[in-house]
Design a protein around this ligand. Structure first.
Ligand code: ARG
Length: 573
């Protein structure tokens, strides 16, 4: 059963076709009715006819029997109100379907989804949260719609910082037994190496040479490098597991993975006549990019010292994703500061002929997480918080919040709930913020059981499940019929039927906050339904079973919706 907007469009189409073949009814959700069709004005204008009159003609001609009633409104809108019986049947059908009536995409894509992509040799920090969580939610949504997702964890495992790190490890005599480290040490190592690099020019020079040696396959450098990479991946996996992020070790395709393709990139660019030598470096100057002085801005493909940098790797990665992996969608979930980098990479790739017309590239940018002072979030010590510490704190605080509710959980249940709620709160606070906006990290707000929060939604779900537990049942009676009489029943039914529309919009705009807003609306619609319409003490058996179907469909929508955000919805709490 298509979503109501789709059903309305289908039934209005012939009446529109009769006036202007192929014209779009433009069906949209509306405040004044359930939906509106706004397509009349455009065709009235093109035909030079009074829009209200044309609207009436189309309204009279359209066969909406059993679906909706129609009324001409304003300058020529069609106000559409779904029949209660249609709403009722549609909710029955949707509630019985594991996909809740959401169809797979008609056109399947093979999507290279670049997300998380931290740097090796350091722990994940709060700056990695957004890209990881947004990317993972998009991966889930894409898969749900039937697309094939090839995650690309584009680890920063190559380049100058890495040479510096290895050089510092050698100075400390660690090269003999590189296995002895934990990443906890490496955070400190990184800082030490960094300050030496900044203060000591000879160390900096050695570091740069070490990178070149590494790039040329120097065994000693490679051994240290591998130990660092493996140790880092182990650490990343631990955080991913706690966050329930579906990235696997085999999704790692770090910068180093493209080493053997870099010469071919240069050759391709050379052949396309794009390479320019500038100060000993090989550059491309893509059209339309200038610096503050108005001079053309280069993308540096090969540096003066012969080393390849971040841009070259991204060019090779892009080429690999199209040619070898056969992807027709290349998405990059990376912070907004890298917008220009990606614009330039996409431009150069297109100029080099690597992007066939069927391929779409997109930088899915996002804003930052701020502290209360509206500056980048820092710990009390003034450091960027480690992600693991932050998540651990979320779990601890959720445990305390659960204790304050005094539900008396046993130990295992408390631990499970604290993790589900704590992690869910952090994810929800992040995903419910418009992607490009910065947001202030606020423990009290995100952990609150009131308002647009993870705990509120999880609780709304658990509360519905408790209704069935009280009945000693798992769901409504099979085949139970729905009747929609009370306005709150009607509002809830209509909201439930908009799930597909919400998911499609979420994916189209890469905007998880849309799904969050939708689910929050569902929880609110349920709450006023539950307040006004007795379920367990319904006036009669038939009404009770009908309302139980609405309860069940709501719980399923919340649980599926949250799972597409990567958030767990516990059965009880
Ligand atoms: N490691 C990079 C950073 O920390 C992010 C990589 C994003 N992906 C990419 N294909 N460039 O900035």
């Amino acid at each position: 059963m298509p979503d109501p907007a789709g059903a309305l469009r289908e039934r209005l189409q012939p009446a529109f076709d009769a006036v202007v073949p192929g014209s779009d009814p433009v069906v949209r959700p509306s405040d004044r009715a359930d939906y509106q069709a706004n397509g009349v004005m455009a065709i009235a204008k093109s035909l030079g006819r009074p829009p209200r009159e044309l609207a009436q003609q189309i309204a009279d001609a359209a066969d909406l029997a059993g679906l909706a009633s129609v009324e001409v409104a304003g300058p020529g809108f069609l106000n559409l109100t779904l029949d209660d019986a249609y709403l009722a049947t549609a909710v029955e059908v949707v509630g019985r379907d594991v996909r809740l009536g959401v169809a797979e995409a008609p056109e399947r894509h093979r999507v290279a989804l670049d997300y998380s992509s931290p740097g090796v040799g350091k722990e994940l920090h709060v700056g990695h949260l957004r890209g990881t969580v947004i990317g993972d939610s998009l991966a889930r949504l894409l898969r749900f719609f039937g697309h094939e997702v090839i995650p690309r964890n584009h680890l920063g495992d190559w380049g100058t910082p890495f040479g510096m790190l290895i050089e510092h490890l050698r100075d400390l005599g660690v090269d003999a037994s590189p296995e002895g480290f934990s990443v906890g040490d490496l955070d400190a190592f990184y800082k030490e190496a960094r300050s030496k690099f900044d203060a000591d020019e000879s160390f900096a020079e050695r570091s740069r040479q070490r990178v070149v040696a590494l790039q040329h396959g120097d065994e000693e450098a490679l051994t240290l490098w591998r130990a660092l990479v493996n140790e880092s991946i182990r650490h990343f996996d631990g955080v991913y597991r706690l966050l329930d992020i579906r990235l696997q070790p085999e999704d790692v395709a770090g910068e180093s993975a493209y080493n053997d393709q870099l010469d071919a990139v240069v050759a391709d660019l050379e052949r396309a006549g794009l390479l320019v030598e500038s100060d000993g470096a090989l550059c491309v100057f893509p059209e339309g990019f200038t610096n503050r002085e108005g001079d053309p801005l280069p993308i540096i493909v090969r540096k003066r010292d012969g080393g390849y940098g971040y841009a070259a790797t991204d060019l090779a990665a892009l080429r690999d994703r199209v040619d070898r992996l056969g992807c027709d969608r290349l998405y990059y979930v990376v912070g907004a500061p890298q917008s220009q980098h990606f614009e330039m990479v996409f431009r150069v790739a297109a100029a080099a002929g690597w992007v066939p017309e069927s391929v779409v590239t997109a930088h899915i940018a996002f804003g930052s997480i701020l502290g209360e002072d509206h500056k980048p979030l820092k710990t009390r010590e003034g450091e960027t918080p480690r992600l693991m510490d932050l998540l651990q704190e979320a779990v601890d605080r959720a445990g305390t919040a659960l204790d304050e509710r005094g539900a008396g959980y046993d130990e295992g249940e408390r631990a499970y709930l604290a993790e589900a709620i704590g992690i869910g709160s952090v994810k929800y606070a992040d995903l419910s913020t418009e992607r490009l906006r910065d947001y202030v990290f606020d423990w009290d707000r995100m952990l609150s059981f009131e308002g647009d929060t993870g705990p509120y939604l999880a609780y709304a779900h658990a509360r519905i499940r408790s209704i069935f537990r009280r009945l000693g049942r798992d769901g409504p009676q099979p085949g139970a019929a729905v009747t929609v009489t009370e306005p709150q029943e009607r509002a809830l039914a209509l909201a439930l039927l908009r799930f597909e529309e919400s998911l499609a919009g979420t994916l189209e705009h890469f905007a998880p906050h849309r799904l969050c807003g939708y689910l929050f609306g569902i929880a609110q619609a349920f709450s006023s339904f539950y307040e006004h319409c007795s379920v367990l003490r319904a006036p009669d058996e038939v009404t009770r079973e009908s309302r139980l179907v609405l309860c069940d469909a709501t719980a399923k929508t919340l649980s599926l919706g949250l799972s597409l955000l990567g958030i767990e919805a516990p059965e009880r709490m």
